[in-house]
Unconditional design. Structure first.
Length: 443
């Protein structure tokens, strides 16, 4: 017990800092950049690292990758603070870097939250990046297209870093427990379910997950030489209830079903409740946003075409700002869906067409609507009788567009809800016109 306490008293470095990777292989996640044969890994291993910007949410490895680059390339590594560093300090360091370059040395200048530097500060880096005096590595949680000067951005390669998966973070937590830099050598009793709960609550942030692990271990139940971490300790530390929720289990599907059916039944209160249940349990907001986009077509459709715009905008908002800020964006979307007029005509239309497509997979395209890019195709009658609808007064042509065996088949049958009534009336006009002109043709 005393050894455990002295361990914590002597080492004031946070767990996340103690476990920071020192090589590419130690980094968890970002396989699209650092996997075998991937572009960033190749650049680092071949020591041909350009100036670059890492763009991604907090805790996904931006600083870690920069430090690994410095270790692997044997470069001098300088960190700048966007808050405390002025132009004078920047120029002083840049001059030292230029001297280092003349003697064959490399200098990597890492600027965390580079979007916080103003234009003048960013411009101060520009001539040294152009000359190759420094390799600039910037990290930002904001879109660099909007936050970084165009002149500087054009000289940097932008790499997008993704949030870590629950599986990635669980593996980090397990390493923290077994690694001597973390809690290795100590007897810690913690279930896989609790590790997954911590990983889920972290929302892809490794640093946040490791900080939570450190707190729950510090506050765990100590008996003899064993520390036991319970679900209740995790709830106290995270200030979040460990909901009965498994992203891959039955409860996951029960909750998304409840959300979907509440919106379908025009019940905004129930929809917001089920939304909150999922988000507070750590569900990926982008997953919910994708389901809302599907709902906009499946259950609203042309009854309110703007539902799709709202749903897609909500997805984009979730992607841009993340949790918890995006929670209200999703709330707006699910309330809009719940309050919209409902129609399942889009789903019914597709399912009817899909059934025929499967049963009659080889139905030929009518000659009249086939392209005829070659002389032979024209001789075979491809495109014969085709009428360009825009050239007609009514912007409609009386051509057969379905295969012969499906002529007269109806897939889209609009109802009377919302704007769909307008499309229904329009469809009836089109059908009457085509019937009349088809009759004339037959005569």
């Amino acid at each position: 017990m005393n050894e455990q306490l002295s361990f914590w008293n002597e080492n004031n470095e946070p767990l996340a800092e103690r476990l920071r990777p020192t090589s590419i292989d130690e980094i968890v996640g970002q396989d699209h950049l650092l996997g075998k044969g991937k572009i960033l890994r190749n650049m680092i291993e071949s020591d041909k690292v350009p100036s670059m910007i890492f763009w991604g949410p907090p805790g996904v490895g931006k600083t870690t990758i920069a430090k690994v680059i410095a270790n692997v390339t044997k470069a001098d590594f300088i960190t700048f603070s966007a808050v405390t560093s002025g132009i004078k300090e920047i120029k002083t360091v840049m001059e030292e870097a230029e001297k280092n370059r003349l003697f064959g040395g490399k200098t990597i200048v890492f600027v965390d939250e580079i979007h916080r530097f103003n234009k003048a500060q960013q411009d101060a880096f520009l001539p040294f990046v152009e000359k190759g005096s420094i390799i600039l590595v910037g990290a930002t949680t904001e879109n660099p297209s909007f936050e970084i000067n165009n002149a500087l951005l054009s000289r940097c390669k932008v790499f997008v870093l993704n949030p870590l998966s629950v599986e990635d973070i669980v593996s980090l937590l397990k390493k923290a427990i077994s690694d001597k830099r973390g809690f290795g050598g100590m007897k810690i009793k913690i279930s896989k379910q609790i590790l997954e709960t911590i990983a889920t609550f972290s929302n892809g942030d490794a640093r946040g997950a490791l900080s939570t692990l450190e707190m729950v271990v510090l506050n765990g139940d100590r008996q003899d030489d064993t520390i036991t971490v319970s679900k209740e300790i995790v709830e106290q530390v995270t200030s979040k209830k460990s909901f009965l929720y498994d992203k891959k289990g039955e409860e996951h599907y029960n909750l998304i079903s409840a959300l979907h059916k509440s919106m379908r039944n025009s019940d905004p209160d129930a929809a917001v409740y089920w939304l909150a249940r999922m988000l507070e349990a750590g569900e990926d907001p982008l997953y919910i946003a994708r389901r809302v986009v599907r709902f906009a077509s499946e259950d609203v459709g042309l009854a309110d075409p703007r539902a799709m715009e709202v749903a897609v905008s909500a997805y984009q908002a979730c992607h841009f700002i993340g949790v918890p800020e995006c929670n209200v964006c999703l709330t707006e979307a699910v309330v809009y869906m719940a309050m919209s007029p409902k129609s399942n005509a889009m789903e019914v239309a597709y399912n009817r067409a899909a059934e025929d497509a499967r049963k009659m997979i080889d139905e030929p395209v009518p000659l009249v609507i086939r392209n005829a890019p070659t002389k032979l195709m024209k001789e075979l009658g491809y495109g014969d009788g085709y009428i360009y609808a825009h050239d007609t007064k009514e912007k409609i042509a009386s051509m057969q567009c379905l295969p012969d065996s499906l002529v007269g088949k109806e897939y889209f049958t609009p109802g009377n809800q919302g704007l769909e009534a307008k499309y229904k009336a329009r469809l009836e006009e089109i059908k009457k016109w085509k019937e009349a002109h088809s009759a004339k043709k037959e005569k």
